[in-house]
Design a protein around this ligand. Structure first.
Ligand SMILES: Nc1ncnc2c1ncn2[C@@H]1O[C@H](COP(=O)(O)OP(=O)(O)OP(=O)(O)O)[C@@H](O)[C@H]1O
Length: 316
């Protein structure tokens, strides 16, 4: 388990990470999602002890990453955005070297290396020079290094960046397969990737956590805040009066058609579902409802909404 409490990283006056509080539970895949510059790499680097926080703490299975770095690091495997591979070594040589650096006891090393090679599916290229491997295989070598020593938590910074679509799919499958033995934290700016692979999504924007939920939960949260498309018999003026007085309406636009109907786009306030009261209100005002369609927000919308909201707030 990883506990991130009031974590802050400042560069001069600029907050790269601002008061981050997250609890990472075992056996799940967590995705840090955010646009470029949101603070994902900075957070990963602080969790893994590569960067000292300005304030706050990270505890890995109870060990403070700053005060007891060696003990804490035993519990995490890290694949940075640019894995530090030695291109003139073969895959096996590199993993031997990484096992020594990780201080895996001599008698366990060979077995651990075999396990890592198997997990990252590197059997076919184990004797090849890293320099001659494709980007996809290089990334897998980085992953093998991260799983060496069987740490409880594996942290992957943008693990599919620069991979072609096929390599991306293979990498995602590999990550999913790690879940049975490890807790995974990965960062990505690709929403579809995070929603396809992760159990929990943490949306980070301008160094702040703006949402934390399951992919379904995030979608459900904003269910009420969708858009309604209406087609009503009556005039735009009548409908405007009615919508203006209805609770839960955030904003609307109306367009009067020549056939005596009026079309409207209605935005609902968050956590509101106005369909029922709207139906009865229209009936009471003798305005027949000819059509009503609810457009729920996609995860893409939610992401944009949350990150844009913060952008606007910081501009004010
Ligand atoms: N060494 C540094 N000195 C000054 N500012 C920095 C430094 N490292 C990062 N930053 C700033 O901190 C913020 C967060 O950067 P970070 O690299 O963590 O974002 P990110 O979400 O990982 O983005 P990306 O996907 O582009 O890597 C950015 O505004 C960045 O410019």
């Amino acid at each position: 388990m990883i506990e991130i409490s009031h974590l802050v990283k400042k560069y001069g006056d600029h907050y790269a990470v601002k008061d981050l509080n997250v609890r990472i539970e075992e056996g799940q895949i967590y995705g840090f999602l955010g646009p470029n510059g949101a603070g994902k790499s900075t957070t990963m680097n602080m969790i893994t002890g590569y960067l000292a926080p300005t304030a706050g703490t990270v505890k890995v299975d109870g060990f403070d990453i700053v005060k007891e770095p060696e003990k804490a690091k035993e519990h995490i495997g890290y694949l940075p955005e640019i894995p530090p591979l030695y291109s003139e070594m073969t895959v096996e040589e590199y993993l031997k070297f990484a096992a020594e650096l990780k201080r895996i006891p001599g008698k366990e090393r060979a077995a651990q290396i075999e396990k890592a090679i198997k997990t990252a599916q590197l059997e076919d290229v184990r004797k090849r020079l890293i320099n001659n491997l494709s980007k996809g295989y290089k990334q897998r070598v980085g992953l093998a290094q991260a799983v060496l020593g069987d740490p409880e938590t594996i942290i992957l910074d943008e693990p599919t960046v620069g991979l072609d679509p096929r390599q991306m799919i293979e990498m995602r499958e590999l990550i999913r397969s790690l879940k049975k033995d490890h807790t995974i934290i990965l960062s990505s700016h690709i929403l579809s990737e995070v929603s396809a692979v992760c159990d929990q999504i943490l949306i980070i924007s301008k160094g702040e956590l703006v949402a934390s939920d399951t992919p379904d939960g995030l979608q459900a949260k904003l269910k009420g805040a969708g858009e309604l498309e209406l087609c009503v018999k009556g005039t735009a003026a009548q409908l405007k009066t009615l919508l203006s007085n209805l609770d839960g309406v955030e904003s609307f636009t109306t367009t009067e058609a020549e056939d005596g109907t009026v079309l409207a786009q209605v935005s609902e306030k968050a956590d509101c579902d106005i369909r029922e009261p709207l139906f009865y209100e229209l009936a009471e005002n003798r305005m027949p409802l000819l059509g009503m369609e609810k457009k729920t927000g996609s995860l893409e919308d939610i992401f944009l909404q949350l990150t844009d909201k913060l952008e606007e707030e910081t501009k004010q």
